[in-house]
Design a protein around this ligand. Sequence first.
Ligand code: ATP
Ligand code: MG
Length: 460
Amino acid sequence: MPESTLMAQIPEPVRAICRRLRETGKRAWIVGGCVRDLLRGAFVADYDICTDALPEQTMRAFPKVVPTGIEHGTVSVLWKGVAYEVTTLRGETTYSDGRRPDAVVFHDDITADLARRDFTVNAIALDPLDGAIIDPFEGRRDLEARVIRAVGDARARFAEDGLRVLRAARFVATLGAALDPATEAAIGPSLDTYRKVSPERVRDEWLKTMKAKAPSRAFDVMLRTGVLGVSCPELAEGAGCAQGPGHAYDVWGHSTATMDACEGDAVLRLAALLLDVGKPRARAPGPGPGEYDFAGHDRVGAELCDEILRRLRFSNEERERAVAIVRHHLPGYDETWSDADVRRWVRRVGRERLDDLCRVARADALATGRPCERELSLVARLEARSRAALAAGDPLSTKELAVNGRDLMAALAMPPGRQVGELLERLLEAAIDDPALNERGRLLERARALYETGAPPAGA
Ligand code: ATP
Ligand code: MG
């Protein structure tokens, strides 16, 4: 990008903050991810400003400041209601726990501040007032060549902070880059430091990785360097797990391709990655030579998905959603399904999961490495029929019946208790078979017949 266009991207408040610091006799730069993303013409979410002013000096220079991370030298300057982080230049210190520096040393050398950063592409500073770029580690060259390279000695840098190996994998995917061989070779020997990284930080990196066009690039790095074996050995089991003659890919290849093909938010793409996580453990010999049977992998996979997402501290809501997707990812739909079969399926998976399941089913079909028109048209058909059932307002849960528990108790002189719920369930079964039954008089009549004959409850 020409320099003038690049400078024009920088928001005025960022420039104004740097100008104000300059007026106090100090220097200021934008630095790190924002410079990287500006240079490659990508959207910049937030601007990090660094300065040789000490935190107290920065605080005195602006009317509204909040000491958001004062122990690291960061203060937030409020400019027209928006917060901008301004951090005092820091230098290298020792890291004895593989997680955070033992002490923070402030100083006035921008090059030393850049030297403590992880990768060359993240170690560029730009003065937004005159456009001067400070790039002591040739980050611009690596950005153009799309190479992720550690600043300085990769092994030493990975030993300081175990998260960096995961960031390396992430940037390979989000920047569509290659990993410098010496940087990659340093990951294996750094896994003991990586083991100390908190599961929350791993989770956050995984979620950020999912924003890449092809997150598989990151997961392939994690697999071949052993990072994945530390955080998610269950997924690593898919590598080399053959699926039999009709399949172009092993379980790993198919799973990562499904994630790449899946259109949706980060959690949905993660669920797509985990769809077949149960396959290696559920795999049994199939009918013919070299064939396999994966019956039950949806159930095994749902259990593993639950364990994995607990371990990585995903929220209950995220975990439950992904588990349901893995559990129900095989509708087994074909054109012999009746409308009642379609309604039963929507009821089983839950209407709120319909969109997720159709999205992963499309991705699953696209990721086989074979023609998939037939599979895609079946997904489209199931989706259209499910939506039609929802639009018709057919009852799909007991709450949508034209009677409730209280109605049943009054009409049948039933005592409160489990039986009331069971009877509602059986009325729902009947109404799913025949939606015309969902009318108060007809439901009460059916309820009376069921209650008086004392027939065994549905599903028994
Ligand atoms: P993104 O914002 O897209 O997640 P980023 O590179 O901007 O990526 P941030 O966490 O915002 O990441 O960090 C800003 C900058 O701080 C980075 O560009 C890098 O220079 C430095 N940095 C962040 N995390 C580390 C780390 N673990 N080790 C060394 N430097 C880091
Ligand atoms: Mg950033």
